[in-house]
Design a protein around this ligand. Structure first.
Ligand code: PBG
Length: 325
């Protein structure tokens, strides 16, 4: 053996302490953003059937959940509303007393330091389930923009710390940035869903948020999963329009895109580990087919290795617990 030439890579894998010493990527609780579904009803906590462990929570039960999140060291939540009333133009999205506005005020009153990210979209609030206004069965880009701007301003007024527009209308960052600035919210960052693919992985979310399109699909505004260069164009225009952070969504099957965005642009990159990615792991774990903890930590570590600075994930509370211990 002594005349053979080769490298001994295994030297640095010899023990857990040795591996920890040379580990290149770390998952931190501060990296996590936890999505929460707020229900406009009283006294109701209903589990999303396709997302075990994830609940739609009414306002009166919200603070318990927030308390737990804060105790675990999570610093940021992403709010989605499940409103009582829906209409063609998503009025509840920009109602100053809408469910998200109420939830935001309540959270900020009790936990002023917790970062509240508001998802700015109309799909949870429109009766047709699309992310903008419909004209002859087509989502009208320019007519939707003012409503999204109104939504963002209303969310900021309620105390949201970050505006995260997910509607995929062209120009939404420019319009929202100007709207926020004109309303005196020049210090509120825009976390743009810059790169959002039209993905079957959003299926369980649409159960949770009640936002399944009533006709057609989202392919005329969300991106084709086959495209990579288009992701760069989307990121470029959102940066030009004033985005402060860039989201890539979904995460798991788009880590090549996360890496490219990290390498090409210098804004913080957020990977959204979406509902379908959560449900698949839960289903397999419930069947005893995989080790949930190991799988989740491996997945999220891989997202960071691919270049994500932050991760939006329904596993945030579990991960925070696992990292602590
Ligand atoms: C709203 C929105 C969606 C998600 C986040 N914001 C759904 C969609 O575009 O249909 C999906 C999140 C998830 O699947 O976890 N437009």
């Amino acid at each position: 053996m002594s005349d053979l030439q080769f490298d001994r890579h295994r030297r640095l894998r010899i023990s857990e302490n040795m591996r920890a010493l040379v580990r290149e990527t770390q998952l931190h609780t501060e990296d996590l953003i936890y999505p929460i579904f707020v229900l406009e009803e009283e006294g109701k906590r209903s589990e999303v059937p396709s997302m075990p462990g994830i609940y739609q929570l009414s306002l009166d039960l919200l603070l318990e959940e927030i308390e737990e999140v804060v105790q675990l060291g999570i610093r940021s939540v992403l709010l989605f509303g499940v409103p009582k009333e829906k209409d063609a133009v998503g009025s509840e999205a920009y109602n100053d007393d809408g469910i998200i506005q109420q939830a935001t005020r309540l959270i900020k009153e009790h936990y002023p330091d917790l970062i509240v990210v508001a998802d700015t979209c109309l799909c949870e609030y429109t009766d047709h389930g699309h992310c903008g206004v419909i004209h002859e069965h087509f989502v009208d880009n320019d007519e939707s923009l003012p409503l999204l701007v109104q939504t963002a301003i209303s969310q900021a007024k309620a105390g949201a710390d970050i505006i995260a527009p997910s509607n995929m209308m062209d120009g939404f960052v420019a319009a929202i940035r100007k709207g926020l600035d004109d309303a005196g919210f020049e210090n509120i960052p825009v976390m743009s869903y810059a790169i959002k693919y039209s993905s079957a992985f959003y299926g369980p979310f649409r159960d949770a948020a009640g936002s399944t399109p009533q006709f057609g699909d989202r392919k005329t505004y969300q991106m084709d999963p086959a495209n990579r260069l288009e992701a760069q164009r989307e990121a470029e225009s959102d940066i030009q329009e004033g985005a402060d952070l860039l989201i890539v969504k979904p995460a798991m099957t788009y880590l090549d895109i996360v890496r490219e965005v990290r390498d090409r642009f210098n804004l913080p990159v957020v990977a959204y580990n979406v509902s379908g990615e959560y449900s698949m792991v839960k289903a397999a774990a419930q069947n005893g087919w995989i080790d949930e903890k190991e799988i989740v930590l491996e997945k999220l570590t891989s997202m960071k290795r691919a270049g994500a600075d932050l991760i939006m994930t329904y596993f945030a509370k579990d991960v925070a617990r696992w990292i602590q211990n």
